[in-house]
Design a protein around this ligand. Structure first.
Ligand SMILES: Nc1nc2c(ncn2[C@@H]2O[C@H](COP(=O)(O)OP(=O)(O)OP(=O)(O)O)[C@@H](O)[C@H]2O)c(=O)[nH]1
Ligand SMILES: [Zn+2]
Length: 185
């Protein structure tokens, strides 16, 4: 599979007028293929595998917030990166999720071709699924290279997307508490 992707990169370089056999580019198709596979490895992961049973019984029913999870994803329209942060909160109902697993869930969905809105929803639904929480809130803030280095060329714009499930959707004070915690840096 790496070899097949590398062959396509070789064709792209040729079509761009480059010489894929020149010294600096000789290994580039293979490197680029490996990099692209890495950036899309989320397709070959499953939620069960990454959570790996790290869901623990707990009496707590207070909001848990994991803030500033770094996020690197690929815009499915331009195959260019978008880069940002993800904040996840949930209201446990008898079970809590291992802390590192939030970052792993973010990565599993970010390492695919995405648009930010779908990524945000997939993260929220996965956390809901594994914790069976009373509510889940996810905010993603990201900068899209497709808007920065090409197209409209806006260097300072960023996009914020959110998904609120359960109590975060139904209860304005729960939602407000979350937004205050996220914005209070
Ligand atoms: N909603 C949303 N739009 C995105 C995301 N990533 C890229 N886009 C947008 O997808 C749109 C694709 O628009 P098109 O007009 O088909 O493509 P284009 O001609 O390359 O558009 P420009 O970027 O405006 O030059 C653009 O407006 C992008 O800014 C994302 O995560 N969410
Ligand atoms: Zn794009």
């Amino acid at each position: 599979m790496t070899e097949e992707i590398a062959n396509h990169y070789r064709q792209i370089l040729l079509a761009l007028g480059e010489d894929p056999e020149r010294e600096g580019l000789r290994d580039t198709p293979k490197r680029a293929a490996k990099a692209m596979q890495f950036l899309n490895r989320g397709y070959v992961q499953s939620l069960e595998e990454i959570v790996n049973g790290a869901v623990f019984e707990s009496e707590t029913d207070e909001m848990v917030l994991v803030k500033d999870i770094e996020l690197y994803s690929m815009c499915e329209h331009h195959l260019l990166p978008f880069i940002g942060k993800c904040h996840i909160a949930y209201l446990p109902s008898g079970r809590v999720l291992g802390l590192s697993k939030f970052a792993r869930i973010v990565d599993m969905f970010a390492r695919r071709m995405q648009i930010q809105e779908n990524l945000t929803r997939q993260i929220a639904e996965a956390v809901q699924q594994v914790t069976d929480a009373r509510g889940v809130a996810v905010v993603v803030e990201a900068k899209h290279l497709c808007m920065m280095m090409r197209g409209v060329e806006k260097q300072n714009s960023s996009m914020t997307s959110s998904v609120m499930l359960g109590a975060f959707r139904d209860n304005p004070s729960t939602r407000q508490e979350f937004l205050t915690l996220v914005n209070g840096r």
